[in-house]
Design a protein around this ligand. Structure first.
Ligand code: HEM
Length: 143
């Protein structure tokens, strides 16, 4: 298929639909959506169209809270960094297969950015003591 620019809502719909087609059948993260969250796709997809339209084309009117559903999901199954890495891999592959141009690059930049923050926040919740593992005083340095 010829690659296109992300120029309008139809392109956003193609991006989001193609991405979740991969997600749903993915060996690594598919089960989280299908079996753990049991996502209601007709409900979820239009929210995602709005979200991505907002990030890429300044439209879409997304008014949700991106982090909340993930904190809730994280209680059912810890959202490990490896899951986020896979999520991003699938997203980047979707963009590369279908799109070209400035907005395609922006889509990947924005996805990396939100993924990085989200993964960091889940990790903070899952490993509350992780910051305390770095000794403030080097134990080998005692005098
Ligand atoms: C392993 C990584 C991820 C998993 C397993 C995951 C899973 C989910 C699930 C199950 C939902 C709720 C769907 C429902 O309404 O039932 C959701 C919502 C959502 N996710 Fe993710 N997600 C991941 C990463 C991301 C990332 C990196 C982004 C952003 C770049 C993102 C953006 C969103 C948005 C915008 C919503 C809708 C929130 C709302 O309802 O307003 N997700 N996600």
């Amino acid at each position: 298929m010829e690659k296109r620019e992300i120029a309008n809502r139809n392109d956003i719909i193609l991006l989001v639909d193609s991405f979740y087609d991969k997600v749903k059948t993915d060996d690594v993260i598919g089960f989280i959506f299908n079996d753990v969250a049991k996502v209601d796709w007709p409900h979820h997809l239009p929210i995602m169209y709005n979200f991505w339209e907002g990030l890429l084309l300044d439209g879409g009117n997304y008014k949700g809270n991106v982090m909340d559903p993930h904190f809730k999901l994280n209680k059912l199954i810890p959202l490990e960094p490896a899951y986020f890495d896979r999520w991003l891999q699938l997203f980047e592959a979707t963009v590369a297969e279908n799109f070209t141009g400035e907005k395609a690059t922006l889509a990947v930049t924005r996805a990396r950015s939100v993924k990085g923050i989200m993964s960091f926040k889940m990790n903070q919740v899952n490993r509350p003591d992780s910051d305390k593992q770095i000794p403030l005083v080097n134990p080998g340095n005692k005098q």
